[in-house]
Design a protein around this ligand. Structure first.
Ligand SMILES: *Cc1c(COP(=O)(O)O)cnc(C)c1O
Length: 399
């Protein structure tokens, strides 16, 4: 029998998910309906933020954040090279300059000490913001980033695409959920099928800042507002300069800024809400899988893994650093195990190289990239499938 492919990540769609999508399709609203608000409320509750704005994907979420924070041509923003390109690209959409800063070799996250050095080497005001990424599902210490950001008047966008359900412990020992926006100005999530919660495509922005929240709502829908108290034109004008009245006609709306159509549909939101109900279960399972991998590879000389087993890890990815990575990758593929590499350092993408980034700029990220491999990690990975993956890796190294 042909062995089926074991991918590095995959969605889990249940009959319940299918039922709620069908119900949404049969309802009055395919988009801009009640399912969006339901999903936003449930998601804000899940991460512990005041506000949430559902958008069409994680990249749109990042773009809207950059717009809401007023990123302008030439603005310098710091991020990690070990992330999906979208974390950096949002700065470029607004004409800003991406400044990559190297990772910590143990956590694989943006190294705050390097960011500090970077900030202190330039006059205040040189940089506008930082985009830390909860890479692989491990929460960045945003309390520490906030302190640093405040000293240099910077905003923070937390790219939490890998980490719904993740958390870190702050200095007083309190749990701080990824995306709760207690320290970041804005946080973003993706609902691409390889992420924890699948909507097909989808994204979410969370914040505790009401002004930013209102900006995001407008930017999501063409910069148009239907909120009478925000109108700048008079009711007389709104009536076509014919009716002397204080009352705006019901059809009236104003486009006040240049926005986009970055909306999520109602049937996607229904799927998201349904998926969210199983998010905690998914995290429990991901942590079980991680522990089994940890135990299988502990003290193996061919392996180094993201160190410091932390409680709050959301395990979007389970990453190893290995010897002969190419050999292992190809051997696993021959056995229908489709491991993946996260990520090719962003600063070495041809697009970013044109701005002068070269090999050697981020030595730790580049060394990490030489060795890293992401193993299958998703809640429906079966015990026997995981054992097969482990056996094949051990077989490859002959140990
Ligand atoms: C997936 C991802 C994104 C982009 O999300 P999309 O929904 O695919 O646009 C951004 N940043 C990180 C770290 C991601 O993993």
């Amino acid at each position: 029998m042909e062995q089926k492919i074991i991918p590095y990540g995959r969605q889990n769609i249940t009959q319940e998910d299918i039922d709620v999508v069908i119900a949404a399709l049969k309802s009055d609203y395919l988009t801009q309906g009640p399912k969006i608000i339901e999903f936003e409320k449930a998601f804000a509750t899940y991460v512990g933020s005041k506000f949430a704005v559902a958008v069409s994907n994680g990249t749109a979420a990042l773009h809207l954040c950059a717009l809401a924070l007023d990123v302008k041509v030439g603005d310098k923003v710091i991020t990690t090279p070990i992330t999906f390109a979208a974390s950096a690209n949002c700065v470029r959409y607004c004409g800003g300059e991406v400044v990559f800063s190297d990772i910590d070799p143990e956590t694989y996250l943006l190294d705050i000490n390097k960011v500090k050095e970077l900030l202190e080497a330039s006059p205040k005001g040189t940089y506008k913001g930082i985009i830390p990424v909860d890479f692989a599902g491990r929460a960045a210490n945003l309390e520490a980033f906030r302190k640093l950001a405040d000293q240099h008047d910077l905003w923070i966008i937390e790219d939490a695409c890998h980490a719904p359900g993740g958390f870190f412990e702050d200095a007083s020992g309190e749990k701080q959920n990824c995306g709760n926006s207690n320290f970041a100005d804005l946080a973003i999530f993706s609902f691409h099928p390889v992420k924890h919660i699948a909507c097909g495509e989808g994204g979410m922005i969370t914040t505790n800042d009401e002004i930013l929240y209102k900006k995001l709502l407008a930017l999501r829908t063409h910069g148009i507002t239907k909120n009478e108290t925000d109108y700048t034109n008079s009711a007389y004008f709104a009536n076509g300069n014919v009716e002397e009245t204080e009352t705006y006609p019901a059809w009236y709306m104003e486009m006040q800024t240049l926005g986009f159509n970055y909306r999520l549909t109602d049937f996607q939101a229904a799927l998201g809400t349904s998926q969210l109900q199983r998010a905690d279960e998914g995290i429990v399972r991901r942590r079980e899988i991680a522990e089994i991998y940890n135990n299988a590879f502990v003290r193996k000389s061919f392996i180094k893994s993201q160190s410091g087993v932390v409680d709050g890890h959301a395990y979007h990815l389970y990453i190893l650093e290995v010897k002969d990575r190419l050999g292992l990758y190809n051997f696993l593929r021959e056995n229908n195990i489709f491991a993946q590499i996260h990520y090719i350092p962003c600063h070495l993408m041809p697009y970013y190289k044109q701005f002068g980034w070269v090999t050697g700029d981020m030595p730790i990220a580049e060394e990490y990239y030489r060795n890293c491999i992401s193993l299958p990690m998703y809640p429906t990975l079966s015990v026997s499938e995981q054992q097969f993956v482990i056996d094949k890796i051990i077989e490859f190294y002959g140990q």
